[in-house]
Ligand binder design. Sequence first.
Ligand SMILES: NC(=O)c1ccc[n+]([C@@H]2O[C@H](COP(=O)([O-])OP(=O)(O)OC[C@H]3O[C@@H](n4cnc5c(N)ncnc54)[C@H](OP(=O)(O)O)[C@@H]3O)[C@@H](O)[C@H]2O)c1
Length: 332
Amino acid sequence: MSIPSTMRALQQTSLNGPQDLRLINDAPVPRPGPGEILVRITAAGVNFVDISQARGTFAGGPQPPYLAGIEGAGEVAAVGEGVTGLELGAHVIGVGITGGAFAEYMVLPAVGAVPVPAGWADEQALGLVVNWPTALAALKPLGGLTAGQTVLIHAAAGGTGQAAVKMAKHYGATVIATASPGKHEVVRALGADHVVDSRAADLAAEVLRLTGGTGADLVLESVGGATLDASLAATKRVTGRVIVYGVVGGEAAITNWDLVYRHQIHLIGLNIGILIQAAPQIFGEVMGEMSGLLAAGVLGPGQPTTYELAEGPKVLAELEARATVGKLALRP
Ligand SMILES: NC(=O)c1ccc[n+]([C@@H]2O[C@H](COP(=O)([O-])OP(=O)(O)OC[C@H]3O[C@@H](n4cnc5c(N)ncnc54)[C@H](OP(=O)(O)O)[C@@H]3O)[C@@H](O)[C@H]2O)c1
């Protein structure tokens, strides 16, 4: 495979959001260093993290100008020194948290590259290394979900939320899902037992009503802002768990006084990148469990809505504006 010296890519030029994401034609094709691989990207996953990075709210995120996109799938085009077990031409998916996936070529750490499952197109594997393990980690090792429990899943029509709903139903939970009104049918079709308007002011009251006044055993909290307080109020006293893994609706404070006098619940933070680094054994268990879910057909092959690379700024703006459903992808 001949590798060009320059490529098309989406470059973020400020921290003012997706409006300053630009298509460039002369980005240098990166070279894989020791332990790295160069992947010819055929499909890049769009994640809310791309918005956080473009707004500068992602802790330790890349500084502009940078090539955007963290999730890339494609074909191994070159391998760096010391890389074994990955053949040129193999199809893989991986994450590069400092960006570069919205491009024709991307460098990825070889150890984190996961083979695209046999028989799947590259784009059908999007979700496999970001959304699905995050949802699974929230439900199982951190959330401790068991059959018969009730789980409240926010942003249930989104890339991460849809996977969470499917898995929670597979584990025998009752699912209360939240989504904007136009997305409710999608979430119902995934098997959610109840779908609540994510923009409703009385979210907590509605969840309490649906749970006979006790609240949910587990809450997947990816929203924050005013919704965090509603989530805490909608959680079962003493035994209920709230997994906080997103802040799309803004930051929100909770005090020790709140935990003692208002919300006697378990509050747990999740960042999948840190989980991989700090608890590789738990991540290994998550990926092992996910293999079983793939084999059983609970997850995948994914069906992302795919756009041309040049449409990236518009797609990201729509994601930020809550106008999208499901997993989104860009084709370089
Ligand atoms: N911590 C981690 O390691 C990790 C890893 C992956 C993802 N995440 C988090 O998981 C969440 C979902 O990510 P995703 O990439 O799959 O995105 P997504 O769910 O496809 O899209 C975000 C959705 O969040 C909902 N939302 C609620 N309030 C919002 C607001 N104020 N602004 C924008 N959206 C709002 C919207 O759904 P409705 O309009 O239907 O309510 C929107 O469609 C994000 O919070 C992301 O940061 C965290």
